[in-house]
Design a protein around this ligand. Structure first.
Ligand code: AOS
Ligand code: ZN
Ligand code: ZN
Ligand code: ZN
Length: 408
């Protein structure tokens, strides 16, 4: 993109009444955590294709996450999943990450891959299984402490497949009891992000099925518990931006797991199927970030943990992650181009068409010159995807990570 394209963009936006310096500051502040599991081979229940170059060890996952950060400047932390990223020395893991220029983000416990959890983890009818689950959660607090992480991302696969299989209210009680014990184990600076999902792997009921259940649980636990919105976890047609606004207003929007879906929890490249939805989510956040009349809402918006949760089945992992990061930046940039005064004026006048236009017209702007300028001003490649292709990293990891070369 040429300088003149950016100059033209800036002139256009000034005419639209947009404060470009503020937009750039907001874009620079946007940090997005990438998931360690997005760099390793993941599959569907039909097949996990072995992809040449996919990270095989936690060290390789850190290397890939660091590469994404080097090219985007926007991904300083990587989320870990335990036991997938298990190591005997978590202090060393954090030091390794630091030496690569990144840090450890949210710690994700895994309570869904042991046979013991077939009928539930923290909601299992057998107290011994619940104990095992709570001990794993507490172990993850220790791991967060050892790695310098300040967040635990909690997703529970707990649910049932058939009516009558279990007692909903009894399980609700066990969930709350287990989470209370975990909450008591948190350090004061740690946040507990509670993720909900309406179905899968359970098909009849899921113990934390929607944002209301996650919110109510967080409310009962205390201020360190917040809701995590995974964009793939709602029934079709759900107005996610409304949920986002509601949770922002209540001070309990903790973070996001971004991914795209067309049908269910597809976990595809962010913004690939639903860019307008992502834009509308960011429009609620951008509005909250500038809400000086409600400082608590503004604070909540400013500390949202933005995380990507995608699971690559057929795509090369590192460039897929870069694409997701760029797509997040694009939709946030567009949301920052809403003329809020014009929107408020249209709302006051009850002018439905003008109000809708004020939002949509921001989405229709071409933000490529803006994002390229912001990156160049920060000393980053204007086009991280292009830079990745030119770097030779993809070819290097394919040869370095051949199955024969596995050392541990
Ligand atoms: C599962 O559907 C959730 O999105 C979780 O966040 C999960 O832990 C993550 O996808 C890694 O398995
Ligand atoms: Zn998720
Ligand atoms: Zn999910
Ligand atoms: Zn998902």
């Amino acid at each position: 993109m040429t300088d003149s394209a950016y100059a033209w963009f800036e002139r256009e936006q000034r005419e639209r009444g947009i404060d470009i310096a503020q937009v750039k500051a907001s874009l620079n502040a946007l940090k997005i955590e990438t998931p360690s599991w997005g760099y390793a081979d993941q599959g569907t229940r039909f097949q996990t294709f072995k992809k040449a170059g996919a990270a095989r060890t936690v060290t390789e996952k850190l290397e890939d996450a660091a590469m994404v950060h080097r090219l985007t400047g926007a991904c300083p932390n990587v989320a870990i999943h335990i036991p997938w990223d298990h190591t005997d020395d978590y202090g060393k893991l954090a030091a390794d990450a630091r030496s690569l220029g990144i840090g450890i983000g949210a710690v994700n416990p895994n309570l869904f891959q042991e046979d013991a959890y077939m009928l539930g983890s923290v909601t299992h009818h057998d107290p011994a299984v619940r104990r095992r689950a709570v001990e794993h959660l507490l172990e993850c607090v220790d791991i967060a402490r050892a790695t310098g992480s300040d967040a635990l991302s909690l997703w529970f696969a707990d649910g049932t497949n058939y009516p009558g299989q279990a007692d909903f209210r009894q399980r609700k009680g066990w969930m709350e009891e287990s989470l209370r014990e975990l909450y008591a184990g948190l350090d004061p600076h740690m946040r507990m992000l509670i993720e909900y999902k309406f179905f899968e792997p359970a098909f009849y009921h899921t113990d934390l099925a929607d944002w209301g259940m996650a919110y109510n649980t967080a409310l009962k636990l205390g201020p360190q518990a917040e809701v995590l919105v995974d964009t793939g976890h709602h029934p079709q047609g759900t107005n996610i931006e409304h949920i986002v606004a509601y949770l922002l207003d209540e001070g309990r929007l903790g973070g996001f797991h971004f991914n795209a879906r067309k049908y269910a929890d597809d976990d595809l490249i962010v913004g690939s199927a639903n860019p307008y939805e992502l834009f509308l989510i960011f429009s609620q956040i951008a509005l909250a970030e500038r809400d000086r009349a409600h400082p608590a809402v503004k604070r909540t918006a400013e500390r949202i943990a933005y995380m990507i949760d995608q699971s690559h089945n057929i795509e090369a992992k590192v460039p897929a992650m870069i694409r997701s990061v760029m797509n997040v930046q694009t939709q946030y940039a567009k949301a920052l181009l809403i003329n809020w005064d014009a929107l408020a004026e249209a709302q006051r006048a009850g002018d439905v068409l003008e109000a809708e236009a004020a939002v949509r017209e921001a989405f229709e702007q071409n933000v490529t010159p803006l994002l390229q300028a912001v990156r160049e001003e920060a000393g980053l490649p204007a086009d991280p995807m292009q830079a990745y292709k030119a770097s030779g990293y993809g070819a290097r990891i394919v040869s370095a990570r051949s199955p024969k070369a596995v050392t541990h």
